[in-house]
Design a protein around this ligand. Sequence first.
Ligand code: 4NP
Length: 151
Amino acid sequence: MKILFVCLGNICRSPLAEGILRKKLNDQHIDGTIHSAGFEPYHEGQHPDPRSISTARKHDIDISNKLARLFTVNDFDIYDRIFVMDALNYADVMGVARNEEDRKKVDFLLNQLNAGSNDEVPDPYYGGADGFDKVYTMMDEACDQIVRLFS
Ligand code: 4NP
């Protein structure tokens, strides 16, 4: 299964989600393709935010090599599921979906914890380091549920 996480800048939330899920799959020897992308080009080609890198590192996850990239319509052809962080990301991705097959792939990440709730992973960019720990915990729990989709 191929999974794409999407946030706004692809430097804070989605690279962290990518690292979390990849580690869970690696630890359980499960094959999968996990990537992340953003919708805004502000940080295209850049490494993750240092606060995301250090939050990941606290959990033995290395995301320092990731480079931010933009979401493209082609991603609908590559990935089986596309998980977004918030309502803006959802509107952005759904806005470029071509058909019902594309739209069916897209969901809020936290709907893996509370189906249909459309709860958001808040953008930690303008806050302090504790915001990154909070989003880590939310995304870690949601990724435990995603691992179940592989079996
Ligand atoms: P992300 O966080 O969407 O989780 O990567 C953000 C990163 C950068 C900006 C906004 C959100 N920005 O405005 O530059």
